[in-house]
Design a protein around this ligand. Sequence first.
Ligand code: V1S
Ligand code: CA
Ligand code: ZN
Length: 370
Amino acid sequence: MTTKKVAYCFAPDASSYQLSETHPMVPERVNMTHELVQNYRMFPRMTIIKPHPATEEQLKRVHLPGYIDYLKKVSPIATLGLGDLYPCLQADDCPMFTGVYDYSASIVGASIACANRINHGRSNVCINWAGGMHHAKRRVASGFCYANDIAAAILELLMCHRRVMYVDIDLHHGDGVEEYFYNTNRVMTLSFHRFGNNFFPGTGAIKNSGVGPGKDYAINVPLQKGIDDDQYIYLFKNILNKAMERFQPEALVMQMGADSVVGDLLGDFNLTNKGHASCLENALSYNLPTIVLGGGGYSVKNVARTWTLETATILGLELDNQLPTNSYFGHLPEDSTLYIPPVKMSNSNTNKSIRKVLRKVTEILDRTEI
Ligand code: V1S
Ligand code: CA
Ligand code: ZN
């Protein structure tokens, strides 16, 4: 069991909206996680926080005022179907919907609440599974993300910490967060992601590693389909260890997108949820004040399994593979267990290509100085 003080933020508003009828980012992801965490009896071991929505002023710290005004205005008229007239939302990926402003404000508010608890030393680890919206840009929504809660939380942490490390194990490149901090050496961004053949969002090559004072502080780890636990964990541990040694951060933000787990609707990695969680366990072993956020993940039951397992990892608990009774999982045998096994699939990452990525990333990290 851990001696860490853990807080768990849950904003009902952040997980009560359906973006569109066919949209893969469904609110059940977070609600199912919430119920499993509760039914595994983890709530008494954490401080449960019901955060306030972000204020307009807080949202405008990370977004163009005009964009926030637009989200606010568009919220009540979304049902009129005026989508195509607006340039800041992207019809399929980021549709407008009634409540888009409140939804965004509540996610950002929860991540800021996590940062505030860390800043005041009230918690060592703060969780917001509804957060992790890493694609949102200053003036535009992108890739299912409307407001960048991660950038907002990092800005808050920077008020009390000299250097913040951001680590993103979502399947996709953390382009939005990278862009916010591309020219500073006070934030190191480290994203592991599927890359190539126009895989969304298309950015995240190793060579794109920051500009000006931020040169070499944006670290990208491009990967191919089928990567397994051994390869991923090998890269993760070695790169994070080197990054920690060089950067010496005072706080850590983890984006735990579960679309990098095997069987995801939009993904094709072969990571188990134990492998995914072991990356978090490794990151927590540095004993830094840490914010843990959600992100992507589209095979809903697997997302809930993964984030439940990771909540237990944070608390230092081992969970029974038998899922507790809950209202989402049925009675099928495949519905009864927590751990997700790997599958037989082709792996386009060779051990040689993995070592090459590690070597190139290490060269960049070796150039950084604090
Ligand atoms: N891959 C993928 C994908 N699938 C969809 C999608 C599917 C059904 C819908 F009803 C709506 C959208 N969009 C995409 C990607 C965006 C992925 C975002 C991942 C977000 C995250 O997990 O990293 C963090 C929360 N969008 C695209 O590939 C863009 C298009 C280029 C192709 C698909 N069409 C629908 C939009 C344009
Ligand atoms: Ca990533
Ligand atoms: Zn993703």
